[in-house]
Design a binder for this molecule. Sequence first.
Ligand code: DGT
Ligand code: MG
Ligand code: MG
Ligand code: MG
Ligand code: MG
Length: 268
Amino acid sequence: MAKSKFEYVRNFETDDTCLKNCYIVVRLDGRNFHKLSELHKFLKPNDDRALGLMTRCARSVMEDMDDIIISYGQSDEYSFIFKRSSNWFKRRASKLMTHVVSQFSSSYVFYWKEYFGDQPLLYPPGFDGRVVLYPSNRNLRDYLSWRQADCHINNLYNTVFWTLVQRGGLTTTQAEDRLKGTLAADKNEIMFSEFDINYNNEPLVHRKGTALIWEKMEETVTKRVKLPNEDEKEVPVTRFRRRVSACHCDIIGDQFWEEHPDILEDDN
Ligand code: DGT
Ligand code: MG
Ligand code: MG
Ligand code: MG
Ligand code: MG
């Protein structure tokens, strides 16, 4: 087909192919969720409806896109890890990122009422996205550890902060002052001695965030088959299906990775 004289503009597009062999991480984060959470009266410090909705959207992303091996989310963010050998959309960063973020955003609106019932969504929410490449399993694990450590640090702070406000009757400024310069041990101690809260008994989903992985399931169904010269009969057929499963466990230590050796590909 003859090319139009306008065709040359294509050459202005830049190449954003992700480097081979690297894990591709797409992380998205809610735009100005400080405001969104206030306006929609999210419970403090954690609103299980909001967290559930985030995870529902991440599940939709994983089920609708190829090659995502694990996702990890907390607060208003989710990270999606593409397998290092993925060739989805020829590894073009902008394609991968925009597909993930737009699928997630539309899911947020689509599934909102499953989590918030009659409470309406008051404006169209947005999410930012970025792509980061990690060349080794160690780097990728350190990335996920970084996000989970962030979840822990924020949740510990937020839990003690809102306990001081909601149960201790402090103003937010007083609670802030009270926590200035405190270490993790001090925060645990305040909760334990003043409010009888053992932080380690707080829900795992709040302390650890949510990891979504693929779980292989064996499924047996009966099929009707008709062989030549025989009556039609029912035979059991076993097949493997995979489904997304959520866990709120530690992903920093080795145990999780030893229990799920299929997630990462070898470093060579
Ligand atoms: P950004 O990301 O720069 O556009 O701005 P924000 O406001 O989204 O800031 P970010 O992402 O650093 O912080 C997440 C905000 O979302 C933070 O203000 C707390 C809020 N948020 C997330 N999950 C919950 C929740 O379960 N309950 C409440 N009350 N707020 C939440
Ligand atoms: Mg931010
Ligand atoms: Mg945000
Ligand atoms: Mg955030
Ligand atoms: Mg198109």
